[in-house]
Write a protein that binds this ligand. Structure first.
Ligand code: AHR
Length: 497
């Protein structure tokens, strides 16, 4: 491999906190995410489970320290009627999952199943409410059902169904992609509807304040954010969403494993566009909310390719390669950079759908390269961001270029400094000289995620082909650290003083 050099300087006085909720996940009733992925049913499954939830998936997600989980969609959320998913399972009505494969949904995984699963996972639930085909009363009832400890018709119903104490759900989405599958609304119309819904989504005075998230822009639709920020009073909103997928072309997404370098490069252009997107949406939000009270919630992000050959096109099942590790590492570094505004995000999706961290096949389970990046990076959760300046070489394909190296640094509550570095260059090593301002470190250790080819991925026959390894390529000399990062790899360093 050829080699390039770049420079990185890190300030050691912390600026802002990296909210752990940036590391959130997403579980939709889509393909095999819920059924077969998280949930195998209470009866007769040979797969070890707790109340129908796969033990292997729970263990893996606990290691990831997932801070929140969004459910039940996505597009599915605006077709979902929560009352269909409570009560005796054999009496629950069915519905057709019209967005995802037209399969019949038997509602056997409902509100209790999801919220109890969140307790098992030690994660905070994020419920996406139905605005598109639902009603204000329906959503208001759901909030009372899950959050109210007093006497009310819905809290009574919850108790009848076996749950005494409320779950106290804080995060509530008011519709999803209201500009599209959530109802094809205009921004003005949605903003008005939002005001009405948000008014009746009451806190019930015992859940510590709700965090209401408005359905946000589709990628670079800046007008959407502008209209919402202008028209929604700040006492009715805590977060505005944003969805952005790294997709080459919606009509020709390309394969998930047999892609070429040009396709890889285009995917990375789309992924790195997240920086400009956040910068511009943030500038609009700053105009209406200079104190940054309203969070930008990137509640859908990740790579989106063609489905695996032979699988249902409506199930969005795709493999996960080192390309996905590059998307994950660079995107998380971008979220950190804007962590005073981006305070929550959700990778799409957790299991068996799009850029999943876990894939399952019957009783088998594997962890994807994306899983490993999120696990290596979780040292940044709730740590203080350390400002840095980075001079990176370019990664060139034809006449186009991208910065080859992406980096982020933070200091955790124990004083440990972590630096995450991604080299997206498909061919060249990058040597980065890291200059740490005003601090002395005694030792450096690290882990790396790399592989022989960009297209490498874990399979059910070889589930540990890609996994983190110890990294020996960092050398500390005084305040200066030299790091040699192999092509398409992710490195996380730990510095001790
Ligand atoms: O994550 C898959 C789908 O992508 C979601 O249901 C929808 O919100 C988005 O378009």
């Amino acid at each position: 491999f050829a080699q390039n050099t770049g420079e990185l300087s890190v300030q050691t006085s912390p600026s802002k906190t990296i909210n752990r909720h940036i590391y959130g996940h997403f579980a939709e009733h889509l393909g095999r995410c819920i059924y077969g992925g998280f949930y195998v049913g209470e009866n007769n499954s040979k797969i070890p489970n707790t109340q129908g939830i796969r033990n292997d998936v729970v263990d893996a997600l606990k290691k990831l320290k997932i801070p929140n989980l969004r459910w039940p969609g996505g597009c599915f959320a605006d077709t979902y009627h929560w009352k269909d998913g409570i009560g005796p399972k054999n009496q629950r009505p069915t519905i057709v999952n019209s967005w995802w494969g037209g399969v019949t949904e038997n509602n056997s995984f409902g509100t209790h199943d999801f919220l109890n699963m969140c307790e098992l996972l030690g994660t905070e639930p994020y419920l996406a409410g139905n605005m598109g085909s639902g009603a204000v009363q329906e959503l208001a009832d759901w909030v009372q059902y899950v959050n109210f400890s007093g006497e009310g018709p819905m809290s009574k119903l919850r108790r009848q169904h076996g749950r005494q104490e409320p779950w106290k759900v804080k995060f509530w989405g008011i519709g999803n992609e209201a500009w599209g599958c959530g109802g094809n609304m205009t921004a003005d119309y949605y903003a008005n509807e939002y005001r009405k819904y948000a008014t009746f989504v009451s806190d019930w005075n015992n859940s510590g304040g709700l965090f209401r998230i408005a359905s946000g822009a589709n990628s670079a639709d800046y007008n959407w954010t502008e209209v919402l920020m202008k028209n929604i009073p700040k006492n009715l909103i805590e977060g505005v969403a944003l969805h952005h997928y790294s997709v080459i072309d919606w009509d020709k997404k390309g394969p998930s494993t047999t892609f070429n370098e040009q396709q890889y490069f285009t995917t990375m252009q789309r992924a790195l566009f997240m920086d400009e997107l956040i910068q511009k949406h943030t500038a609009i939000m700053d105009k209406y909310d200079p104190q940054k009270k309203v969070a930008l919630v990137v509640d859908e992000w990740g790579g989106w390719y063609e489905v695996e050959p032979g699988t249902n096109p409506g199930f969005l099942y795709q493999q996960n390669t080192m390309r996905d590790a590059m998307i994950a590492g660079t995107t998380l570094n971008i979220f950190h950079k804007y962590c005073d505004r981006v305070r929550m995000a959700n990778l799409a999706q957790a299991v068996n759908v799009l850029q999943a961290v876990i894939l399952t096949e019957d009783e088998k389970m594997l962890l994807t390269p994306t899983y490993h990046v999120m696990e290596m990076y979780n040292v940044h959760q709730d740590a203080s961001l350390l400002p840095l300046t980075l001079k990176s070489n370019d990664y060139n394909v034809g006449n186009a270029k991208l910065p080859a190296v992406s980096a982020s640094a933070s200091r955790d509550k124990n004083g440990l400094v972590h630096v995450s570095l991604v080299n997206i260059d498909a061919k060249k090593d990058q040597e980065v000289t890291l200059d740490i301002k005003d601090a002395k470190f005694k030792s450096v250790s690290g882990r790396i995620l790399s592989s022989k080819t960009l297209q490498d991925h874990n399979t059910f026959d070889n589930p540990n082909k890609i996994k983190p390894a110890n990294f020996k390529g960092a050398n500390l000399r005084g305040n200066s650290l030299k790091v040699k990062i192999p092509p398409f790899s992710v490195v996380v360093l730990e510095l001790k003083s």
